[in-house]
Design a protein around this ligand. Structure first.
Ligand code: PMV
Length: 350
């Protein structure tokens, strides 16, 4: 029986407050603008991944997600495998005593601690965990920055899940993508009272994939160019300052305006892309009423490529924000976490 080499890791979900939308190079997943996100805590939404390799495995690489076999032949997954194997081969070439792992078939087993079908950002945590698990298996001396460069090729937003806390993704300018990497703006401990409540409006899979959506937006939206070249660069700076200063009013305002700007370019895409639905818009109204009652911004909504709302708030406003959503929706079963909470329901009637 041949040896089985194995390593495990976890990676959390991140939710962008300045959205990545548009690829200048679809093959390398190079973005048309920088982006910034908050990484949820590990106890909330995360992927746990074990990577192993052995000469005893059947020849093909394989990936099991929540017990179901996944297709690994896609260019994105293949790019991650190829890059990691190349780094391992370099190590093996420089040290003949190392076991020859790069040539062995890989078996990846991943589990999400939240329903994958819930339409929550799972590819970010998934690719970040996959890349780090294989890097650990291969004992690569790679930094989170190096791994972010590889995970980016699996799913753009995955590069940001290699860091905790408040994380930027620098679009970079090199055509080979060498400078398109994630960086930590601040650790979670810098502003530990940040909370997120996730409103699962629909558990259905998104109608238009982010890759297809981005390509169509870049090709047809008239609003897109100014978003990428003027609006986002300015907001990246404003957002980083807000985080450094723990200024929730600016953090919240820029988060909501950037979500609106991203969805405006979706609507301006031809044919138009509708990710928000009536329940999403009702969630926006609830956040607006919370802020109006407080007389300042204490809650901030943001939506990815789907109708589910993520609402950021500070712990001190738990009652006014998460408490109010719970009251509107009634007690629902669902996942509960330390820095985020999932609330399912429909509050269109609210
Ligand atoms: O990483 P992808 O290809 O799933 O794209 C993610 C795009 C958004 O979630 C809408 C925005 C973001 O920055 O995460």
């Amino acid at each position: 029986m041949s040896d089985i080499h194995r390593a495990s890791t976890t990676a959390p979900v991140n939710i962008a407050v300045i959205k990545y939308w548009g690829k200048r190079d679809p093959k390398l997943n190079l973005p048309t603008n920088s982006s910034l996100s908050v990484t949820l805590s590990q106890s909330d939404l995360r992927t746990h991944t074990t990577a192993s390799c052995s000469a005893s495995y059947s020849k093909e690489d394989s990936l099991l997600l929540n017990g179901a076999p996944q297709d690994v032949s896609g260019a994105r997954t293949q790019a991650c495998f190829r890059e990691l194997r190349a780094l391992r081969s370099q190590l093996e070439d420089s040290d003949a005593s190392l076991p020859k792992l790069a040539a062995l078939p890989l078996k990846i087993v991943s589990e999400n601690n939240f329903p994958t079908a819930a339409g929550l950002a799972s590819s970010a945590a998934g690719f970040a965990a996959l890349v780090r698990a294989i890097a650990n298996l291969y004992k690569l001396p790679s930094s989170p920055t190096d791994l972010s460069r590889i995970a980016r090729q699996g799913s753009g937003s995955a590069c940001r899940s290699l860091f905790g806390g408040y994380v930027g993704w620098e679009q970079g300018s090199a055509s080979d993508g060498s400078d398109s990497v994630a960086f930590q703006v601040a650790p979670a401990s810098h502003w530990p009272s940040m909370r997120a409540v996730i409103l699962v409006v629909s558990a259905a899979k998104k109608g238009v994939s982010s890759t297809t959506g981005m390509q169509t937006t870049v090709a047809t939206s008239t609003l897109f160019a100014s978003r990428a070249s003027e609006t986002v660069p300015r907001r990246m700076q404003e957002m980083q300052n807000a985080i450094q200063n723990k200024d929730f009013e600016t953090f919240g305002k820029v988060t909501m305006m950037d979500s609106n700007s991203f969805h405006a370019t979706c609507l301006d895409t031809y044919p138009p892309i509708f990710y928000l639905n009536d329940v999403s818009r009702a969630a926006i109204k609830v956040v607006e009423s919370i802020n109006a009652a407080a007389g300042r911004i204490i809650a901030a909504y943001t939506f990815d490529a789907g109708p589910n709302a993520v609402v950021y708030y500070l712990e001190e406003n738990e009652k006014e924000v998460a408490g109010l959503f719970k009251t509107l929706l009634g007690e629902k079963d669902g996942w509960k976490g330390e820095r985020g909470e999932k609330i399912e329901g429909n509050f269109a009637a609210a």
